[in-house]
Design a protein. Structure first.
Length: 134
């Protein structure tokens, strides 16, 4: 699942190609590119085959906590200020406690695979699996 904090951020940059097998629009291709920003955050963008643009922004807070902001052009939805609240060896890191409070995201990343599970009100909403493009 990668370590929390700087190690997690270092594991993200690059291109990832995969699918979102569960979305409100059905199964979609999900290609994603992460790049480090000038502030040391890591920003990822996926155009989900033209259906919506997803933007992921991971950063360390001033207290050295890993945070996530997420935005989707589908329904202009998103979340701000989610923090890691739990770590699980199989599921990765749980980002929660932001706005809106009913959105949570599990993220798991290693050298080869990036996975996300977005939960709305505790129920699976979107699943994503992508492999690193060499």
């Amino acid at each position: 699942a990668g370590e929390a904090g700087p190690g997690f951020l270092r594991s993200l940059p690059g291109s990832w190609a995969g699918t979102a097998p569960r979305t409100p629009l059905g199964k979609l291709p999900y290609n994603l590119r992460f790049e480090e920003t000038e502030s040391g955050a890591v920003r990822g963008v996926s155009e989900t085959n033209g259906q919506a643009v997803h933007t992921w922004l991971f950063r360390l807070s001033s207290g050295n906590r890993l945070e996530l902001d997420f935005h989707s052009t589908f329904g202009a939805s998103g979340a701000r200020g989610l923090c890691v609240t739990r770590a699980d060896p199989a599921k990765g890191l749980l980002f929660a406690g932001g706005e809106p409070p009913y959105l949570e995201v599990w993220i798991s990343v290693d050298q080869a695979v990036w996975q996300a599970e977005i939960l709305l009100r505790g129920r699976p909403h979107v699943s994503i699996v992508a492999k690193r493009v060499r």
